[in-house]
Design a protein around this ligand. Sequence first.
Ligand SMILES: Nc1ncnc2c1ncn2[C@@H]1O[C@H](COP(=O)(O)OP(=O)(O)OP(=O)(O)O)[C@@H](O)[C@H]1O
Ligand SMILES: [Mg+2]
Length: 423
Amino acid sequence: MGCTHSSNVDLTRDVCLHHFDLHRVIGKGSFGKVRVVQHKRSKAAYALKYVNKQQCLKQKAVANVVRERQLLEEVRHPFLVNLRYAFQDEENCFFVLDLMLGGDLRYHLTTKGCFPERVVRFWIAEVSCGLAFLHRERIVHRDLKPDNILLDAAGHAHITDFNVATYYTPRRGHTSVTGTVAYMAPEMLHSARYGYQWQVDWWALGVIAHELLWMKRPFDGTNVEKITQRILNDPIVVPPCVNVNMRPISMEGCHALLDRNPRTRLGCGNVQTSLEEVRRHAWFASLDWCALQAKEHPPPFVPDPNEFNFDLGLEMDEYMLAERKPGSKRHTPIDMEKLSPEQRKLLVEFTPFDFERPARRTHFTQNSPATAYYPTHHIVAGAPLSQTTTFVGVSKDPSPASSATSSYSGSVRSSSDTRYIHS
Ligand SMILES: Nc1ncnc2c1ncn2[C@@H]1O[C@H](COP(=O)(O)OP(=O)(O)OP(=O)(O)O)[C@@H](O)[C@H]1O
Ligand SMILES: [Mg+2]
């Protein structure tokens, strides 16, 4: 069921959509879908996430998409979903990512219910490795939740979705309220007063651990205001134990992450030694951390290889709504002078990336060629693009709460996942 662009494609040239055969839909993003693809030359399978430019412009999320692309180029780690290629066409921006055939933790939570403690502990430990790495790289993820933790076919956990991730500086805290309300740390909700930093991700990990163990978030509610009030004020509600073999130490682990004070929260003592701190906690002490960090610890939950670990409704959508596949729109020349500043920003700053080519183009201004990163034969009027090429990797984070909100749709998504996108 691959796509039909196979003939007459020069696979030695810069990567583009025609270098891949498109297969089934496995995910839905805020601005597009995620599909399995196969690289025509290497035959390697990847996940293709595409972001519709029109939707992205409409939701004022250009800066986020550009930053997601730039951050992904800078990081590589065994417990992250790593970027392999990036490119764009007239209609979409594309991320080609490591393929995680085991599905996301939201899917497993919804279809299988809560998980045994040893499984949750293993996932939290693997995600901690990825998180500690990001923080050492001065990146705060800001949208950690079960939807954004993906399992590979063997059952290892990986962090994905860097759409609202940003750099932090130790000197100045961020102030924008960004991410998904139910997973937001109290200091983010209070951010106008104090600002926040990387510690917010450890709080989100505590919410995830709680949800995976008890199938219930510690602070929940039917609307944003109620959830916010509970995060800020209420004691943690421990549900009647549905997991019969639950040890009290797992609850202590959750509570240590869900410490309202970011200075005493588990993992938050020092950014360089976060992982050590987590390793020393009694909940994790008996794990073989050397094997775990080397990805040699056998995962206690292996996704069924005969199962499609994704929401089947996504494929149904595609057939029912007869949606076009990406790349099927006819190309028309672009007149640079008619583009809005945001359109130009996306065109210029969503640069191509190919992990096989050592001379990577970087987003640092001093290295950026003053040309659009788009096949030049599609550009008719060349305005001086260098004026629009700016370094946006380090967010100054000037804006208050964003105006754009969206919620997930689809059968396995939770309706209270109200998400704020900072642009
Ligand atoms: N590399 C991948 N392998 C397998 N499935 C993936 C992969 N990337 C994404 N998915 C699936 O697609 C879903 C949506 O992807 P993602 O989280 O990146 O989009 P999103 O939440 O809309 O992000 P964004 O805010 O960037 O639009 C994930 O929850 C997951 O189920
Ligand atoms: Mg996501």
